[in-house]
Ligand binder design. Structure first.
Ligand SMILES: Cc1cc2nc3c(=O)[nH]c(=O)nc-3n(C[C@H](O)[C@H](O)[C@H](O)COP(=O)(O)OP(=O)(O)OC[C@H]3O[C@@H](n4cnc5c(N)ncnc54)[C@H](O)[C@@H]3O)c2cc1C
Length: 451
């Protein structure tokens, strides 16, 4: 039997799947692992639906199923929120795919508009949950701001402003370079920006903990320290094996995203590409320190470039600053990446060079070869469903996908819009065992072009 935690069939080193990368995670100060830990499932067990993975996708699925009166069991290899959902940047935003409109039109003339509607609905879904369960997520930011790192990027933003307003029916607003300081959004390297009014920022682990409480409250059984080592079908039942239990279920939802082992399901092998994202958080800054940089806005923001930086000031004045780009995972590499993120932070905000950043961490986002998320039945495995591949933006879309997976597992049409592009199974990456090479090429190209 293969242990999915140490399987060589994962494409990064073992360190990525340990607690090493989250040893200094800022979000854990408010919601420590102890608050999320759950006992492992033991012995023989049965349930109607088993959910594998306790991030936003799995928890939303478990919550919706429990609310529908189903006997649901959620299993996480470590603890709910161990994966990306407990360590992300806190942007509840659009952007779950990277497909061009031309590509989305392969799914029909309404392909692009379906995806946009679903992305906006995903934000509304999270907003509704937070409201319904009264989850205090330190909400801030009205929409988000895209910042141009070159005059050319600013011209592209001007063109994009009209498209956004037309596509989302919500007015995007250009911020001229000369007005950035007045908006409290200044860095010497920016040529202007675009405010798009959809989305908001949140404390990712507070949202996660709220989902755990809501799912518990609705009757879901939640287990940590329960890695699913194998999933098979016997006598019309789904059989899940963990180190300490054998579970029989009628349906299974796989919600393991960037933490999926190649060995969990043959169909999944080679169909997802985990990519690392790394974040730092500064200590709390005084209003005077914030003003020294002319950066006081609590808007969430990112630079419109391939190797983007994303950042926002928390309500209490800490800068959360993240980026993609690490290709290796080890303790030594983690330190190197933290130093790179710090150097980029200092370059963007020179007035904060003296401000310590005691917190830094990293984790896995998940890409697909179709450049869109997947949400649907696993081909060839009746009763098994999966949702993954949010392209680094799964706070909203992972949550929304989880709720749709619950409908699919219940055998009913999704209550929310499932874009045809997301229902189509993604192909395998060509030369799948070498697929980290795609990231290598992308990152190298972006560095050469300074994009
Ligand atoms: C550093 C970072 C910053 C990010 N910033 C943002 C952001 O600002 N906004 C945004 O929208 N998105 C962001 N993302 C992406 C977002 O966090 C993810 O898309 C989203 O959390 C995915 O949720 P999930 O539930 O599908 O997967 P995850 O949260 O990754 O959960 C998967 C879970 O599956 C469990 N698991 C794996 N294998 C097994 C098994 N065999 N048995 C049992 N359990 C298993 C893992 O332990 C894990 O807890 C970021 C991600 C990272 C890493």
């Amino acid at each position: 039997m293969t242990d999915t935690r140490t399987s060589p069939r994962r494409i990064y080193g073992d360190f990525a799947y340990t607690r090493g990368p989250i040893e200094h995670c800022y979000w854990a100060e408010a919601v420590p692992e102890a608050a999320l830990a759950h006992a492992p499932v033991q012995g023989r067990a049965a349930c109607r639906v088993a959910v594998v993975g306790g991030g936003y996708t799995g928890l939303n699925a478990a919550l919706a199923l429990a609310e529908a009166g189903q006997d649901v069991m959620l299993l996480d290899a470590e603890f709910p929120g161990f994966g990306a959902s407990g360590r992300n940047g806190g942007f509840c935003c659009l952007g779950s795919h990277r497909a061009s409109d031309a590509r989305l039109r392969r799914f029909g003339p309404d392909g692009p508009s379906e995806v946009r509607q679903a992305e906006a609905a995903a934000i509304a879904h999270v907003e509704a949950l937070i409201g319904r369960f009264g989850i205090d997520v330190d909400r801030h930011s009205e929409g988000e701001v895209v910042l141009a790192h070159s005059p050319r990027a600013m011209e592209a933003l001007r063109r994009h402003a009209d498209e956004f307003t037309r596509d989302f029916g919500a007015e995007a607003r250009i911020i001229e370079r000369a007005d950035l300081a007045a908006e409290g959004l200044y860095s010497p390297g920016w040529y202007g920006g675009l405010h798009t009014p959809l989305g908001f920022a949140l404390h990712p682990r507070k949202y996660l903990a709220g989902l755990v409480a809501a799912a518990h409250g609705a009757g879901a059984r939640i287990h940590g320290a329960s890695p699913v080592l194998s999933l098979s079908q016997e006598g019309g039942k789904q059989v899940l094996v963990t180190p300490s239990a054998r579970i029989e279920a009628d349906r299974v939802i796989v919600a393991t995203n960037g933490y999926t082992a190649e060995t969990l399901l043959p169909w999944l092998r080679g169909r997802f590409l985990p990519a690392q994202s790394s974040v730092l958080t500064t200590r709390r800054m005084t209003e005077d320190e914030l003003k020294a940089q002319n950066y006081t806005s609590r808007q969430m923001a990112y630079e419109d470039r391939k190797l983007l930086h994303y950042f926002h000031l928390t309500p209490d004045g800490r800068m959360v600053f993240g980026q993609r780009g690490a290709l290796l995972s080890s303790a030594a590499n983690e330190a190197k990446v933290a130093a790179t993120v710090r150097a980029d932070f200092e370059a963007a905000f020179p007035a904060w060079r003296h401000v310590e950043s005691p917190h830094h961490w990293s984790g896995m986002v998940c890409l697909t070869a179709s450049l869109t998320p997947f949400c649907g039945p696993v081909p060839g495995m009746e009763g098994v469903f999966a949702g993954f591949g949010y392209h680094g933006n799964g706070v909203a879309m992972g949550s929304y996908t989880g709720a749709i997976l619950a409908d699919l597992a219940l055998g009913r049409a999704p209550q929310a819009l499932l874009p045809k592009a997301f229902a189509a199974p993604p192909p395998r990456f060509p030369f799948a065992p070498l697929r980290r090479g795609y990231l290598m090429a992308e990152y190298a190209g972006a560095k050469i072009l300074n994009n």
